[in-house]
Write a protein that binds this ligand. Structure first.
Ligand SMILES: *Cc1c(COP(=O)(O)O)cnc(C)c1O
Length: 378
């Protein structure tokens, strides 16, 4: 029996072990661990990679969202619209700056926040929209930028899962007024600890974010505002610099793995990822849909294949947001997909033998169980 993890960071690190260990040693011996040359170089290289005017590193992707919202002056009394079908931090950041997260339902094909439903939630208190490039697929940025223009709203891209993806030829994170990226270890570009980045084309906002992230200070021991302590450290920056050079190849490799799955899983009842035209999907995770998610997940587990559940509880039904007054049925699409979503192993080093094995296990599940399912439905 093969054992196949959902994400294999060991395989990635094995492929560059010597480089990583050498980098560890260099940073250790440099005696500079925060705000040093590696961070400066990484920000330059990340800006070049994304064709962004400004790239400011932070301690993590959640801080990137918080700092961006804060820099645009969003706070108590303001409403920010985002997706209910994303990692908690997308909405947590809104609440953290004192604003109110407002949820609009998602598109059933792409799982993106729906621009039409977003528009229906705009009030005189709405200040911003946070579209999320969920699972690595760019959201419909033209529609969100038009909403932003028509209603005078800030658009902040949550690109935490999509570093290196393109929307109509433009890198995600550079289309909105700001773009937020995470370097959590499992993200497409991940450190060996936490890290984050904010992209913006606006000089004033870039300066404000830099200040906020450094205790509201641009001159040592002089503080113009109440800020945060949110910095990428030298070790993370040095390792991210190594990995950034491989990101395009890794993302391409994920794309090939997705094509393999499409071929291998054709003819099963699994609903495979839908990709919009004009975008490059970087498959942060490979999410399928099934009516039998618990049974299939258990079957695959028995066969040694790990699966993921992104996300079992949509954000409008989280306990932490119970004060917002949402109830089951308010976001029917997000709720339905939360029950059906099953992620299969996805990482650049996944082999075709492993994919064939996974596919065989899926086919066996449907083959053996098909009589039972027919019984269920009729
Ligand atoms: C990972 C993630 C974040 C938060 O990033 P951290 O670096 O873990 O703080 C925010 N939004 C989305 C969509 C994410 O996937």
């Amino acid at each position: 029996m093969m054992k196949i993890p959902l994400i294999d960071l060991q395989a990635q690190h094995d492929s560059m072990k010597q480089e990583i260990l050498e980098t560890f040693r260099q940073v250790m011996e440099s005696g500079v661990y925060v705000s040093g040359p590696e961070v400066t170089l990484f920000e330059k290289e990340a800006a070049a990679f994304t064709h962004s005017k400004y790239a400011i590193s932070t301690a993590n992707g959640t801080d990137s969202l918080i700092l961006a919202l804060h820099a645009f002056g969003i706070g108590p009394g303001d409403e920010v619209i985002t997706s209910p079908y994303t990692f908690f931090a997308s909405a947590e950041a809104i609440a953290r700056v004192g604003a109110t997260p407002i949820f609009a339902d998602i598109d059933p094909l792409t799982y993106h926040l729906s621009p039409e439903l977003t528009e229906s939630k705009i009030t005189c208190r709405t200040k911003a929209i946070i579209p999320v490039h969920i699972f690595g697929q760019p959201a419909d940025m033209d529609a969100f930028m038009e909403l932003g223009r028509n209603h005078g709203l800030v658009v902040i891209e949550d690109a935490c899962q999509a570093m290196g993806a393109y929307y109509k030829g433009r890198p995600v994170g550079t289309i909105g007024h700001a773009g937020c990226i995470s370097f959590f270890p499992t993200k497409n570009l991940g450190g060996v600890g936490d890290g984050g980045l904010i992209l913006t084309q606006d000089e004033q906002i870039a300066q404000r974010i830099r200040m906020l992230a450094l205790h509201g200070s641009s001159r040592r021991y002089h503080h113009d505002m109440i800020g945060y302590n949110s910095r990428l450290d030298e070790l993370q920056a040095a390792i991210l610099r190594l990995k950034l050079r491989k990101l395009d190849a890794w993302n391409e490799s994920r794309g090939h793995r997705a094509e393999n799955y499409h071929r291998l899983l054709a003819g099963t009842e699994l609903r495979l990822p839908y990709v919009s035209s004009g975008v490059s999907h970087v498959y942060h995770v490979y999410v399928t849909e099934t009516d039998h998610r618990a049974l299939l997940a258990a079957h695959l587990k028995k066969e040694g294949v790990s699966t993921g559940h992104y996300y079992p509880c949509p954000l409008h039904l989280q306990k932490a947001f119970s004060h917002l007054g949402y109830k089951p049925g308010d976001m029917p699409v997000a709720e339905a997909i939360s029950k059906r979503a099953l992620a299969l192993p996805m990482y650049p080093e996944l082999t075709i033998e492993q994919q064939a094995y996974i596919s065989q296990a899926v086919h066996a599940f449907y083959g053996i169980a098909s009589i039972g399912f027919r019984g269920e439905s009729g």
